[in-house]
Ligand binder design. Sequence first.
Ligand code: GAL
Length: 465
Amino acid sequence: MSRNFFPSATRWSSGSSSCSMSIVVWSVVGCLLMLHLYSLICQSDIQNKEIDTSMSRHPLLLKLEEVEEENIKMPRPRRRSPRAAKRKPRRPTAVIDEFLDESSQIRHIFFPDMKTSIDPTKDAGNDSFFYYPGRIWLDTEGNPIQAHGGGILFDERSRTYYWYGEYKDGPTYHAHRKGAARVDIIGVGCYSSKDLWTWKNEGLVLAAEGKNETHDLHRSNVLERPKVIYNNKTGKYVMWMHIDNVNYTKASVGIAVSDSPTGPFDYLYSQRPHEFDSRDMTIFKDDNGIAYIIYSSVDNSELHIGPLNEEYLNVTRVVTRILVGQHREAPALFKHEGIYYMITSGCTSWAPNKALAHAAKSILGPWETLGNPCIGGNKVVRFTTFFSQSTYVLPFPGLPGFFIFMADRWNPANLRDSRYVWLPLTLGGAADQPLEYTFGFPFWSRVSIYWHKRWRLPDILREKK
Ligand code: GAL
């Protein structure tokens, strides 16, 4: 027996409202289905396009997208006396503990020694042009490359690549008991290359200040993540970098200029951009010549992004707050088919953590988080960004959708011995994380960084450069 608690009039109106409710519900379902259908069509369009481009690619490029697994064999636990084991039972060590442990028996896996170094001056025959993420990489004089936290400028005029980064070839120490490991400022190193594999040391293009203790570049301070772009209007090469004091409380950016990519760069000044604290940062030059600064701010809890002035020597009044409350740093920005992408890391000092990819239609936002771009290796490898931290993403003008992801494998015990992790980054397929503004429908391309123990640019790409 059905029980009815409503008077008839109410029943009637409730009947009509449930009827209009169901119309609304069905309309919404219909709309969602249409949207879904549309997104599937777009998706298959994108996939078809990808298949088309991949068909026209050199087969070696497909090789770069192969998923390579990594099997890190854990060392046998060290022997302990039964008494010690009883007093403090040992928790099982994880791969990340081994990575962070300077005396780990498997240290050579993360920091292979000089014997395995990449030496482009030696005729390696069929082994030429291979990148080995994590191995020591020698310049043309046989010294380990010193360009940490760096970025690459392709100089159209000389058709040469210039790699700028922190020259850290000094002793590592702690200024305070609780302070992060550091190396005194030596300067910004610059290396030139035509093939992105053989690097000639062009020397320090911006050197530390030896005497004046109040100077930003005094060796007791911090200079990190230098990046250089070329200003077509002024004909100057402009360098922006993170400038700080030993306690990281100055939290500023420094600006330097030069007439030549190989310097010397004149240091102009430092500032807190838009009057905000600024730590990890990068700059990005858009196709239309407008350049932007992106920096971690408000104690690294969010990123700020804003255009530079025409000369690239200052910020403007325009700035937006992005990824608010997400605590991201080490931003590396790139663009593909009108969409902006960015890789960031979490904030764990020199220790590696999980990278995230982000995308935006407008560089000033809103930015959406797409998920972890790392593919292959194993779970730990993927969740530590291949034991490294993003610094730059280098585009290939000749091959849209293909990039080199550049990262630093920091060695806090000996920062000068930090390694470079370069890996292929491609765009394509659906993003793997439901998104805020698209009702869970994939909208952006997936950003994928593929783990390889060794890889090289396909000949066709090397020829294109
Ligand atoms: C990291 C940052 C590095 C450096 C380091 C110092 O979080 O990405 O560039 O500043 O901290 O601890």
